[in-house]
Design a protein around this ligand. Structure first.
Ligand code: SAH
Length: 398
């Protein structure tokens, strides 16, 4: 039962109920159990799952009085998977997201697809308790849609599980063990994905469309001459260099990521002279580059999440500003900066203001060529603004 006056977000279909909004817990729900949410005057609002250990004590599954049974799960999974029909038939490069948790109305459940392998991430206790059944529903739905998976692998090794009282879990949930590297053949680029040890479920799928867009944009703007230089900061496995016919300097802190980036470049027959792989802290390197007067035609800056909550926003803002300031200094006049933030706590508006602050300090001029976000396999529920974490700007800089 909610406290008086706390029903508005639930009525507006926000999927989270925080402990502070709850007045009374009736009965003694087991951790992970289904519960009903009612107003202070005992009016039924929604049904979700319970975990007293989390600050988000209820995550809502339905606002209709539906039973949450096998049929419900199959229907919801099928709905999310059907929305990815173009990806299922085209088997696009780099894999794609099948289920985007709260944004697909399935809180706590992330499902990605790489070739014939499906990777599941269970972020909450309720999902963790049902992951075996969920794996079977996924197999059924994908088979019905003519995309039978070879195996379903679990990558529930994320920190947020601790907030739910869960430890880390990885391994095969169903079917075949995935190979050490899954090869995915795209239109003009082949990828290798390590679903066991790679970041997230193996790749940063949310940037897939932006990587393709950059390759297209650089080709259209004549930035394909081998003399054109792209600085790919926070490169991971070099995704932003995919299909780009220019000199690319990939920078990342992780040796493993750069090693795989190099293997991928070789597999795609990129001449060794066109790719550099630099293991460094980007903050140090970009400052050195700026001091040395290194200039690039295009810089991609795609850092990890700096702000994990509201309290870290100020510090994160300083980090983004510093980084973008040095990026501006390292661009040729008429060059391009593709800059991102994946911190949910930093709104698109705030991010743009931070980048503006960096520009002002750099003494350069810039235009917004395009606002960027995740690909369309990462929809965001309109009722769940927290899902809109990835934002970027493509700037022309003078
Ligand atoms: N652009 C990538 C995704 C980047 S994710 C893609 O398209 O796939 C962020 C990356 O930043 C990770 O690979 C991580 O290893 C790296 N990283 C984190 N902190 C870093 C730092 N201070 N310096 C360099 N790399 C860093």
């Amino acid at each position: 039962m909610l406290k008086p006056g706390r029903e508005k977000p639930v009525i507006n279909q926000h999927p989270w109920v925080f402990s502070g909004a709850i007045d009374t817990v009736m009965g003694d729900p087991a951790p992970g159990a289904l519960v009903d949410v009612v107003t202070a005057s005992n009016r039924w609002l929604a049904r979700g799952y319970w975990n007293a250990r989390s600050q988000i004590q209820v995550r809502i599954l339905t606002w209709q009085d539906d039973p949450i049974d096998a049929d419900w799960w199959r229907t919801m999974i099928r709905r999310a998977v059907e929305a990815r029909q173009p990806y299922l038939s085209a088997q696009l490069a780099d894999g794609f997201r099948l289920i985007n948790a709260e944004s697909d109305f399935l809180p706590g459940l992330i499902v990605d697809c790489y070739g014939g392998w499906v990777v599941v991430q269970a972020l909450t206790l309720h999902i963790d308790q049902r992951k075996q059944q969920i794996a079977h529903y996924l197999v059924d739905v994908l088979t019905e849609l003519d995309y039978p998976p070879r195996g379903i692998y679990e990558r529930s090794d994320v920190d947020v599980r601790r907030k739910e009282g869960l430890s880390q879990a990885t391994g095969v949930l169903w079917g075949e063990e995935p190979p050490p590297l899954i090869q995915i053949d795209g239109e003009n680029w082949r990828h290798l994905v390590d679903v066991r040890r790679g970041h997230k479920t193996g790749a940063y799928l949310d940037q897939r469309d932006n990587r393709a867009y950059l390759a297209h944009f650089m080709a259209l703007n004549g930035l394909t001459d081998p003399a054109a230089r792209l600085l790919n900061l926070f490169s991971y496995t070099g995704g932003f260099g995919a299909g780009i016919d220019a000199q690319v300097v990939n920078v990342d802190a992780s040796y493993e990521a750069l090693d795989l980036a190099e293997q991928i470049a070789q597999m795609n027959h990129v001449p060794a002279a066109r790719r550099e792989f630099v293991q460094a802290d980007v903050f140090d390197l970009i400052r050195d580059f700026a001091e040395q007067g290194e200039l690039f035609d295009v810089i991609v800056c795609d850092p990890p999440k700096f702000a994990h909550n509201q309290g870290q926003v100020e510090r994160a803002a300083r980090g983004y500003k510093d980084l973008n300031l040095h990026c501006f200094k390292c661009l040729q006049p008429g060059g391009y900066l593709m800059t991102y933030s994946c911190s949910g706590a930093i709104s698109p508006d705030l991010f743009q203001k931070i980048v503006f602050g960096a520009l002002a300090d750099s003494g350069r001029q810039a235009q917004i060529v395009k606002h960027l976000g995740p690909g369309d396999d990462h929809p965001v529920a309109l009722t769940f603004p927290e899902g809109e974490y990835l934002k970027g700007l493509l700037l022309r800089v003078y």
